[in-house]
Design a protein around this ligand. Structure first.
Ligand code: ATP
Length: 459
């Protein structure tokens, strides 16, 4: 089912118009599947990152942070299975040369048919049997399905020959596994505990144009939660993680829970080492899609790196004096997908007005301050004074361009919850008009109470 009330086109048009997202390398004709974040988009991204970090690292005593290198040793990706298995199946249209992921081609043509985990021969057969047409030229003339590795290779200048090959990381997770020994030796952690990381990952993806949903570089928030399966029940841990993720998205980010669902991976699509994988999916305008993956990965990753590196990655159980490889549960989310979800969920077109009903906690600006008229010095200086005072502790913006109506229009579209206007009465009664984004109602508030009022409503 698609969230048909919102058009993706309108959301992306607003995102460009108001400085959330710009197409990458635009003045040179663009570079497919890359995007830049504009001034308000950058603030929103930072707010998402900060909330995630605060919620999963600062507010917990069992998770520590990490920031690993983006460029990493080729052996890491061999041991993790990425150089051989991290591949998408792709097909090319022989007529117009359009390149597509085979699963996306089939899903789009056959009403969302789920083909995850099928062999390439099976995908070939489905495309052929259903005579699936090219969405670009309408012909049904496809090459055979081929696997295409998603890792971006990089060549290092300081080493010769084969050893010069390294990879831009395809996920942040491997950083946690290769630093596992460092973390247990340099900190006071004890099982169960998590290592978390927030940062860029790179995948050479072919993708249909759904804005920042799938891009070549993107930001992940991943946690590897290590535990001893004899001491902790994995099913309970898994359930706890589902609850933490759900309450983060619905309560902290403020997403409508009607647009969210958990979907369990079938045996075919689940990785062979995973005992259970579930995706939290959001109902984007282009259908329910993965936002956040949650997987019980057993001890697969650490055991692969023990084999690959020859280093022991075990942890000592002080009770039994036994050294064991911990098991791991991995919650992994894309920060840019949270960003896109937030825009889609907040987008409103009502009675000729467009606005973003953003949770005030994550809105780029908490309030905007205006002088009623830009050419009245006493109003401007009073408004500037209020703005500067609020700016000390709250993210606020100032605007004296155009008329009040235009200023409201702009602030509505970037989701600013409160607009504060300094008018002639303000000069005598030390009060301002506060206008609410969602209801457009207005209140008169004392300047001395303003900071408290906004802080209470936006924290
Ligand atoms: P998908 O099936 O959509 O390709 P995935 O299962 O490969 O995703 P994971 O490897 O589990 O994704 O990565 C964890 C999270 O990172 C995903 O849930 C998603 O939010 C995000 N993510 C993955 N690939 C991309 C991408 N190319 N662009 C933006 N976000 C991404």
């Amino acid at each position: 089912m698609k969230n048909t009330e919102i058009s993706m086109q309108n959301v992306t048009a607003l995102a460009k118009r108001r400085g959330f997202i710009y197409p990458g390398s635009e003045i040179y004709g663009g570079l497919a599947n890359t995007y830049d974040y504009g001034p308000v988009g950058t603030e929103l991204l930072r707010n998402i990152r900060n909330l995630w970090w605060e919620n999963f690292i600062h507010r917990r005593d069992d998770i520590v942070g990490l920031e690993a290198s983006l460029i990493s040793h080729q052996e890491i990706w061999k041991a993790s299975g990425h150089t051989s298995g991290f591949a998408d199946a792709q097909v090319d249209c022989k007529n117009c040369k359009l390149r597509m992921r085979a699963d996306h081609l089939i899903e789009d043509a056959l009403n969302g048919k789920n083909v995850e985990g099928l062999a390439i021969e099976e995908l070939d057969e489905i495309i052929e049997q259903n005579k699936i047409k090219c969405p670009n030229c309408g012909k049904s003339s496809w090459t055979k399905v081929r696997k295409f590795n998603l890792l971006f290779p990089v060549n290092l200048g300081i080493v010769e020959g084969d050893q010069s090959l390294a990879y831009l990381r395809g996920e942040t997770a491997q950083g946690m596994f290769v630093n596992f020994k460092n973390v247990i030796e340099s900190t006071r952690v004890k099982l169960p505990f998590g290592i978390a990381q927030l940062g860029k990952s790179f995948r050479n993806e072919i993708t249909p144009g759904n804005s920042v949903f799938r891009t070549l570089e993107f930001e992940q928030g991943e946690i590897e939660y290590f535990f001893d399966p004899n001491e902790s029940n994995w099913e309970d841990l898994f359930e706890n993680w589902k609850n933490s993720i759900w309450s983060f998205i619905t309560e902290k980010i403020g997403i409508n829970n009607k647009n969210l669902r958990w979907r369990e991976h079938t045996d075919k699509e689940r990785s062979f080492y995973s005992k259970k994988t579930e995706d939290l999916e959001y109902n984007f305008p282009f259908g329910f899609k993965e936002l956040w993956g949650l997987a019980y990965r057993t001890d697969y990753d650490l055991s692969q790196h023990e084999k690959g590196s020859g280093k022991e990655l075990r942890i000592n159980n002080p009770q039994t004096n036994e050294k064991k490889l911990p098991h791991v549960i991995e919650p992994a989310v894309g920060i840019n997908r949270i960003f896109l979800m937030i825009l889609c969920d907040a987008y409103r077109e009502e009675e000729g007005r467009t606005y973003l009903k953003l949770n005030p906690k994550i809105a780029p600006y908490k309030a905007a301050v205006f002088p009623l008229l830009a050419n009245k010095e006493e109003l401007v200086s009073k408004a500037k004074e209020i703005y500067k005072d609020l700016r000390e502790s709250i993210m606020v913006t100032f605007d004296d361009r155009g008329n009040i109506g235009k200023r409201y229009l702009y602030q509505d579209e970037i989701g600013t919850p409160f607009c504060i206007t300094v008018d002639f009465d303000s000069l005598s009664d030390d009060s301002v008009t506060v206008r609410y984004r969602d209801t457009m109602e207005q209140d008169r508030i004392k300047i001395s109470e303003l900071k408290d009022f906004i802080e209470k409503k936006t924290r």
